[in-house]
Write a protein that binds this ligand. Sequence first.
Ligand SMILES: [Zn+2]
Length: 137
Amino acid sequence: MRDLAERAIAACRDYDRWASEVSRLTEAIRETECPHEAPAEQETHFRGYPSCFKEAAQKEVPEILSRPEHGLRRLTLDEIEREVKDCPACSRLVQLIRDRRHARRMFGAAKRRVRALGKRAAAGDGDAPPERQGKEA
Ligand SMILES: [Zn+2]
């Protein structure tokens, strides 16, 4: 069993890694350009052509197919992916969004680990003399 300090360093390293990954993916998502989308400066003239992704993301389908009176829902990411499959840029955007969801989950787990280790340290678990360290759970 690793000692508390070693585990704390590993948890902080994970925290930083996943925080950076979320930022990197957010930047990549922002920079993705669909060739079917009108550039922002043209939007006032042409009212803007939405990207394939935006068009699919704004689409609404019945919550229960056979019973449209039960209300509408937006498409899931898997459904959006099928809608944009012919556009490489929007397909890449779907993958980036999926990767960021994963990175956010990992970041959340890293945050919980840092907090749990912080609580153990606050409870005096990390203050054990060196000969006792390594025996803790
Ligand atoms: Zn597109």
